[in-house]
Design a protein around this ligand. Structure first.
Ligand code: NAD
Length: 264
């Protein structure tokens, strides 16, 4: 991945967990945070992909910043507890959390069975709540902490065939507001990044199921995105890095749009 410009040292020594950081947007975020000298902990389900990702990120780091992988399924509270306590054990503190892991099943309300809804909410929402709860307990003791939730235009779009996913993102936005409002006076900042459209492995897989290839995604983006192209994981990573930096010290409860104008 190629990050246009970044600020080595800006996130010096911040310990930040990135859920689902082993590929796609999460990987772009993890990479950018590490390049800006954060100590990044990538969590995810796939051990091999996670290890490969952290190796690649480590290869790019010159002086400061680090990246490790901890296997943790967002649908498993025990995994999440283990990941948070291993991070505290290794680094002694947690400065930030990026709730990025998500699954994107395409179903309408009419085809969404309770089992599927429970699965999507468990990964995209309950997992994010559990990570937030555990890191908050620790951050409140320290009087300092930052949470960034990775959101989507579908929190508002009402698009018919992304029903369970959209529901999870709407609730994730509520989680953002809840943390921001209730813990601001105790040094916690919580923000949301609205991602527009990024050609990630997950997105390619979703469209492939409907017979559309990666070239189709590019063509469609030229048509529908006001800036005429998809966003990249690096561009989302840049927005997230800003929110963790001291440049954003007075920013909480914001919905930062990284959509190329898609939400206008
Ligand atoms: N790609 C887009 O166009 C787009 C648009 C808006 C928002 N987003 C959001 O960006 C984030 C990343 O999406 P992406 O496009 O990179 O998708 P992706 O499928 O390529 O990556 C999703 C990540 O979540 C992880 N994940 C999935 N289920 C998990 C589980 N049970 N436990 C732990 N990790 C799990 C995957 O392993 C992967 O690392 C998501 O929150 C998604 O909603 C993406």
């Amino acid at each position: 991945m190629a990050h246009q410009s970044f600020y080595p040292g800006r996130l010096q020594d911040q310990v930040i967990i990135v859920t689902g950081g082993q590929k796609g947007i999460g990987r772009g975020i993890a990479e950018r945070l590490a390049l800006e000298s954060a100590r990044v902990v990538v969590t995810g389900r796939d051990e091999a992909a996670g290890r490969e990702t952290v190796e690649c990120i480590r290869d790019e780091l010159e002086a400061s910043g680090s990246c490790v992988f901890i296997r943790a399924d967002n649908a498993e509270p025990d995994d999440i507890r283990r990941a948070v306590s291993a991070t505290l054990g290794e680094h002694g503190r947690i400065d930030g959390l990026v709730n990025n892991a998500a699954t994107m099943e395409r179903e309408t309300i009419l085809t969404t069975r309770p089992e599927l809804l429970e699965k999507v909410l468990r990964i995209n929402l309950v997992g994010a709540v559990e990570y937030s709860r555990l890191v908050l307990e620790h951050m409140l003791e320290r009087g300092k902490g930052r949470v960034v939730n990775i959101g989507s235009t579908h929190a508002w779009s009402g698009l018919s065939d992304l029903f369970p996913y959209s529901l999870s993102k709407g609730a994730l936005l509520t989680l953002t507001h809840h943390i921001a409002r209730n813990y601001a006076s105790q040094g916690i900042r919580a923000n949301w990044v609205t991602v527009g459209w990024v050609k990630t492995p997950g997105e390619i897989e979703v469209w492939a199921r409907q017979g559309k290839d990666a070239a189709w995604i590019d063509g469609k983006a030229r048509e529908v995105v006001p800036f005429g192209r998809l966003q990249t994981p690096e561009e989302v990573g840049a927005a997230v890095a800003f929110l963790f930096s001291s440049d954003a010290d007075q920013i909480t409860d914001t919905e930062l749009d990284v959509t190329g104008g898609l939400r206008m």
